[in-house]
Design a protein around this ligand. Sequence first.
Ligand code: TXA
Ligand code: MG
Length: 319
Amino acid sequence: MGEAVLRLRAGRLVAFPTETVYGLGADARNGDAVARIFTAKGRPATNPLIAHVHGISGARALTTDWTAPAEALARSFWPGPLTLVVKKRDDISALVTAGGATVGVRVPGHPVALELLARAGGMFAVAAPSANRSEEVSPTTAQHVADSLGPFCDDLLILDGGPCEIGLESTVVDVSSSPGRLLRPGMITAEQLGAALGEPVSIGAAVGDEPARSPGQMTRHYAPHTPVEIVPRNGGEIAEAPEAGMIRYTPGESARKHVIFMPQDAAAYAARLYAVLRELDTAGVPRIVIEEPPHEAGWEAIHDRLRRAAAPKSEGKTK
Ligand code: TXA
Ligand code: MG
């Protein structure tokens, strides 16, 4: 941990666990360090980074306008899997915010991340996207980070905090204008946000927003290299795909090699999903067939990520 803090202070990169996915961190005040994140990830400079801070006071220090909705959501869900998009202060690097007028900020709910942020100096934010190559499935273990970034980053320290408990990226909500706007679904749902705010949030980017301002909207994101297909539960497609890797929701058993049975509960399913996608992606199967899980409350973020994993490559970065 001591070495990680020294590295951050020296402008180097540190991958660290959060409760959602592993992050690739750099000192948010240091433009060269932040630029190294974009290079390591192969990330377009148009996609802004989340600034991670130790507590609400750290978040307030990044914005000119800490609003009542921001305060209400921060109090309800931090530390936790929620990113608030707020108006940024002028001195925040344009690299972090992709030149925009807002900054995404989050207090992660993981002891290793919180210790790193506390020891990094309390008020200095750590800019961190997920610690994977751009558009790949996010890492939920230290090994995933090494697999993804190892070949592209020869100077990376990875803090190992074990598997991430939540396993999907944070909910991103824009509270820089009213009403709040859900930009990326996560395990904190729109209903929970609305309940904490006392009014519903709107869903998706505003009309006229540049797509790059809310890249969570890119269709193909969080995707394995192997083609992914989503099929109805217990449908004929399941028996007809003997060569495929398969992610089943319906409980059962299979003698086949690349069949994985998923938990019935949304939280447990989410926690396992990215590891399973990575496992099948490296198994050499020609495609991955996913049996559609239920369309019930609490499963929205899972469906969002499954849709993105299955989006054809040619759709690229368009909506
Ligand atoms: O759970 C998470 O959020 C993880 C952990 C490491 O904290 N981080 C993460 O970062 O998923 P990243 O960079 O992979 O995804 C951040 C998302 C992107 O869709 C980005 O476009 C959006 O948040 N975002 C960041 N700043 C924004 C801003 N100022 N306005 C709109 N969207 C923003
Ligand atoms: Mg990411």
